[in-house]
Design a protein around this ligand. Sequence first.
Ligand code: PLP
Length: 410
Amino acid sequence: MPASDVTVPADHLMGVFARAPIAFERGQGVRLYTEDGEEYLDCLAGIAVNALGHNHPALVGALKDQGEKLWHVSNIFRIPGQERLAARLCELSFADVCFFTNSGTEAVECALKTARIYHVAGGHPERFEVISFEGAFHGRSYAAVNAAGNPSYVAGFGPELPGYIHLPFGDLEAVKAAIGPATAAVIIEPVQGEGGARAAEDRYLRALRQLCDEHGVLLIYDEIQCGLGRTGQLFAYEHSGAAPDIMCLAKALGGGFPIGACLATAEAAKGMVLGSHGSTYGGNPLAMAVAKAAVGEIATDAMLQHVRDVAGYFNQQLEGLKSRFPDIIADIRGRGLLIGVKLIPPNRDFMQAAREQHLLIAGGGDNCVRLLPPLIISQDEAHEAIGKLEAACEAMRAAIAAKTPQSVSA
Ligand SMILES: *Cc1c(COP(=O)(O)O)cnc(C)c1O
């Protein structure tokens, strides 16, 4: 064996991901196909990205059309597609203005900067603290990992950034105690994704809104995962009626094309003036064309009603599985098609068992797996997914029984 085979890693990628030993060649709707033609049912959707499934004609058409016209010009020029998409997103939400990014993390970065400079612009530079919640995920930049505070994402990267305060999720008293004259913003996912599909209660979000108003603090929603139809409303905050001052979007916004957006009220964005922020790629014509098509497909009453219907079916069926497999399933949670299944055996084992049934699901914190199917999943396809989950539960049960002492001695 040549020395290089020993010393050089199996590939030239940084080893930061635990990758499943599987590679896909193409996709269609909620199905993915490997090179040797094996078919998988996709209830992961690239972590809530492929909201319209794979190979959606509206997205492919928009990409092809724009691809033959113009990809990129730089934000030193007017970009009409950006102006139109910003207007549409503002029309659909609480917001007045929008900044386009290439990713969710960058949308969070923009939101945090917008919040801090808002207070500087208002003559209160001492207000720079950001309150966030345990189990949060806001991305992987320094600001994003420090904002979320997950110790395993912060450790090893130098001193923690000052000005980030982490409180238990859903604990209003803790926020009351922490919020004050040094607070710039509160950032929260209305439904935590990575943290294990935990939905904040509507009345909790309303109370947060009120607390922020009382203290002159900006409320930031990270709707990168839960926004854009995933919960059965276009934006998850609509369930509560408590609108934010700033909101981050990404994932479903491009349906697989990398794009993010930071939306804000004109007031909240008042510090973001000439030169305070920027991006080379953010909002380029190619991204705008795809995102416009994605928003066009998602932001319809029919799509949102469909999500609520299929989500209702999933929920009812999963509750049934939970009662039949109390040794496997501990809890069903989340909102809409951001579904969390808390497990008793290790979630990694369950994901593998699901994969053996050719069903793709995502992991999550708190020993959950997440079902994040494309929003276009039909009731029949949802039924198929439930059948595969049931088979995975059976397989897990059998595997656990095979490990118990009785069966060893039998
Ligand atoms: C995925 C995600 C992010 C980070 O987005 P990237 O595009 O990976 O940078 C931030 N917040 C939430 C809630 C997410 O789900």
